[in-house]
Design a protein around this ligand. Structure first.
Ligand code: ZN
Length: 281
């Protein structure tokens, strides 16, 4: 995705960084919108893109014009400060799970929460340059939560065309690679299973083509696993996957994951996957 600097985009970025505040336990759910203009119901997809041709008529600089993308950066930087809130049980659509967890970290102490948030910001900026409206489930890395149920609610209410949850794994030290977590039909998410699987394929292909991260050699099957125990996938009403971008407990993966250079490549690859998915192939 070509990078373009302009006052217009700079203005958007300033808008985003200033438009979100942390809502702690009990605070109201709130979508943090990074949009140049509000979404208009029924007009997310321009008529010119609904002609069945599969073509994306907008110019290459704005392949996501008219599209809305949800990003959920997993965990939060201060989750460990409020264990009673983070550990309280929520209903994830099939069973109970905890509100959230602290996430993992590298052996050097680089936290997964920071990684997730950094990649989310880079991805947001790339998506904005591509013309998308972007919704984040949290807008800082120095808060607690929100719970995984509330994250799903924030995204669902924004009615995005696609959504992605960003994580990194805490696997065995010998294991390497990324894994795409995909939903299993449970009623509320029945309509987004096929499209989520297709999006997961786009993400897998983009990461293999655009980053140095291999598919996982310890988790899932060729970098893909279906999970029915996660609120973020069980409760989704839009095409959605969760990406474990690598294993923070593996020294080789951690060397990649903790660099801004790799995080930028990752964001670019995820942007490419989103463009491919929403391009209507
Ligand atoms: Zn995580």
């Amino acid at each position: 995705m070509p990078r373009r600097g302009s006052a217009y985009f700079l203005g958007l970025c300033i808008l985003i960084s200033g438009c979100g505040t942390f809502h702690g336990p009990g605070g109201p759910p709130r979508a943090i919108s990074a949009s140049a203009s509000p979404a208009v119901p029924g007009s997310k997809t321009p008529a010119s893109q609904r002609d069945g041709s599969g073509a994306v008529p907008s110019g290459p600089a704005k392949p996501l014009a008219g599209k809305t993308v949800g990003i959920d950066p997993g965990h939060n930087g201060r989750n460990e400060d409020d264990p009673s809130y983070i550990n309280h049980m929520i209903w994830n659509g099939r069973e109970e799970e905890t509100c959230d967890t602290t996430g993992t970290e590298s052996d050097d102490g680089y936290t997964e929460a920071a990684f997730n948030f950094n990649v989310a910001r880079l991805l947001r900026d790339d998506l904005l340059r591509a013309g998308a409206r972007v919704i984040l489930t949290r807008n800082s890395n120095d808060g607690v939560g929100p719970c995984v149920t509330r994250r799903a609610q924030i995204l669902n209410r924004a009615d995005p065309d696609v959504a992605i949850a960003i994580h990194a794994d805490g696997g065995p030290a010998w294991g390497r690679g990324f894994t795409v977590l995909e939903p299993v039909a449970d009623g509320p998410n029945d309509k987004i299973i096929k499209s989520s699987v297709r999006f997961g394929g786009d993400v897998r292909s983009a990461l293999l083509a655009g980053t140095q991260m291999p598919e996982s050699d310890y988790y899932g099957d060729h970098g893909v696993i279906f999970r029915d125990d996660l609120a973020g996938l069980n409760l989704a009403s839009e095409p959605k996957i969760l990406i474990e971008c690598g294993n923070m407990r593996n020294a080789t993966d951690a060397r990649l994951l903790t660099t801004t250079r790799f995080q930028r490549r990752l964001a670019a690859a995820l942007t490419a996957a989103i463009v491919a998915f929403l391009g209507g192939r």
